[in-house]
Design a protein around this ligand. Structure first.
Ligand SMILES: NC(=O)c1ccc[n+]([C@@H]2O[C@H](COP(=O)([O-])OP(=O)(O)OC[C@H]3O[C@@H](n4cnc5c(N)ncnc54)[C@H](OP(=O)(O)O)[C@@H]3O)[C@@H](O)[C@H]2O)c1
Length: 210
């Protein structure tokens, strides 16, 4: 599968490595038109290329957005149309600045991203796992219930299935928290599953208790 990666920091570069190792083609971008990514691209061999943001979005059948949440409005929306977009972002006001609708609990960060990326099939995912754990904890040898959980939320069932397949290919288990709004709230910063080392089996119990 062709995967575009927007942002090549902690999460973007880690995901690029995992997806390329799982056999996917990745186009990795950053805020500098792909400059400075030579070492990462060389490490990933023929499966990776460095590009600008728009090109990475157009390249991907799936596009992972891994930039600081507060920058979402800079993304070129038309390039994401029809794509399965995985939004790994979290809202941290001290980094992102204050968003009144989020502070007031009216909506969620991923719903704001979805309303900007109109036409994208948005899934919130990869936002609850620390990048070092993402790097280290995938294990395709484990049964799904014992694997580390990666939570997904979204309104498009097909898009969630695609995201879940990718999660499983890199050794994790996808746990569906529900629609983008309601599910997104169950996996955002400060929730019972945020940055917790839960297997899929444990995650299901934590979610049903909450
Ligand atoms: N760190 C984690 O463990 C972790 C875990 C789960 C979720 N998240 C969330 O994932 C998102 C990314 O976090 P991170 O830690 O990976 O960030 P990071 O290490 O700071 O990397 C951010 C990347 O985004 C790029 N970028 C910044 N502004 C951009 C823009 N306007 N357009 C395109 N690219 C832009 C940066 O480009 P340059 O390289 O050119 O500066 C950089 O490659 C955040 O919302 C974070 O809360 C982080």
């Amino acid at each position: 599968m062709k995967i575009g990666i927007i942002g090549s920091g902690n999460i973007g570069a880690t995901a690029a490595r995992l997806f390329a190792r799982a056999g996917h083609e990745v186009a990795v971008s950053n805020s500098r038109g792909g400059e400075g990514l030579g070492t990462l691209i060389a490490e990933l061999g023929g499966r990776a290329r460095a590009t600008g943001i728009e090109e990475a979005a157009r390249f991907g059948e799936v596009v992972l957005v891994a930039v600081p949440f507060g920058r979402y409005e800079t993304l070129p929306a038309e390039a994401f149309e029809g794509k399965v977009v995985i939004d790994a972002g979290n809202y941290y006001p001290q980094r992102d600045g204050n968003f009144a609708q989020l502070d007031g609990g009216e909506t969620t960060s991923s719903e704001l991203v979805a309303s900007h990326l109109k036409g994208a099939r948005l899934v919130k995912g990869f936002n609850t796992i620390w990048s070092e754990h993402l790097k280290q904890q995938g294990d395709t040898g484990l049964p799904l219930a014992e694997r580390r959980a990666i939570f997904i939320a979204g309104d498009d069932e097909g898009a969630k299935q695609t995201a879940a397949r990718l999660v499983e290919e890199i050794g994790f288990a996808a746990v569906d928290t529900g629609p983008l709004g309601e599910g997104g709230r169950r996996q955002q910063v400060g929730t019972a599953v945020y940055n917790r080392e839960l297997s899929a089996g444990e995650a299901a119990r934590v979610l049903s208790a909450g």
